[in-house]
Design a protein around this ligand. Structure first.
Ligand code: SF4
Length: 235
């Protein structure tokens, strides 16, 4: 079942919408998760988000240092007017002429979702510094590994397509239906998303039927003493 907003909330000019960098990864993982966070402003803590917060506390200091001759900036604001993007990069290193973005993730590697976010960050840096950014890295705290990502044409095209898809979704204010698959198991939004309920139309119709009965308090169809459930008789 798809959720829609009223018409008067769906008339934002799409071209003026600036996409948050984090939305690129969220959309790649699950479009509904992206919509719940960036349209509905929903946020739920779970063990994974708490771990993420702790990992980012180390890099969210906005500090600058030089380590082994490499200048390193932390929590760097970035943007791209061309792509309509804004956000932060956890760490930007300068091993040479090109900036080298590093994104920190609390968990372990799952697919290319984080690669897309990293690629979007790199394209922001390219526009800001006027130099190519051919590589970046993602540090996975759970495995203490640093995974280098080559920002090739294929990844860039996929990233741009994802940015466009996020912008279209934000403009529509439309929340897609749940994916209701293995991704939901570790999703922090599981309890507000209700993928098993919303993702099964028949089950949802059954629950709506129960609610409908509850909201017919004086219906002549109900025998006296039976109002279709306990909830409507308790107050
Ligand atoms: S619970 Fe599943 S469908 Fe819902 S937002 Fe999370 S991943 Fe997407």
């Amino acid at each position: 079942m798809e959720e829609q907003r009223p018409d008067d909330e769906r008339d934002w000019p799409e071209s003026e919408i600036v996409v948050p960098l984090s939305a690129v990864e969220h959309y790649s993982y699950c479009p509904r998760q992206c919509a719940l966070i960036h349209i509905e402003q929903t946020y739920e803590e779970n063990v994974f988000t708490v771990r993420g917060t702790l990992v980012h506390e180390r890099v969210d200091s906005g500090s600058e240092s030089v380590e082994r001759g490499v200048r390193t900036l932390r929590s760097v604001p970035v943007w791209s007017a061309t792509l309509g993007l804004r956000g932060k990069v956890d760490v930007v290193e300068f091993p040479g002429a090109s900036p080298y973005p590093v994104e920190f993730k609390s968990g372990r590697r799952h697919g290319i979702h984080a690669d897309l976010q990293l690629c979007a960050q790199a394209m922001c840096l390219e526009e800001m510094f006027g130099v190519p950014v051919p590589r970046g890295a993602i540090y996975y705290h759970a495995t203490r590994t640093r995974h280098e990502v080559r920002l090739d044409d294929r990844l860039r095209q996929l990233t741009k397509a994802t940015i466009d898809a996020v912008r279209t979704m934000l403009a529509s204010q439309h929340v897609p239906p749940p994916v209701n698959d293995a991704r939901c198991r570790n999703c922090s939004l599981h309890d507000v998303c209700l993928p098993e309920v919303v993702g099964e139309p028949a089950r949802l119709r059954g629950l709506q039927g129960v609610l409908f009965q509850v909201w017919q308090p004086e219906s002549a169809d109900y025998p006296s003493g039976d109002r279709g459930g306990q909830a409507c008789t308790s107050s």
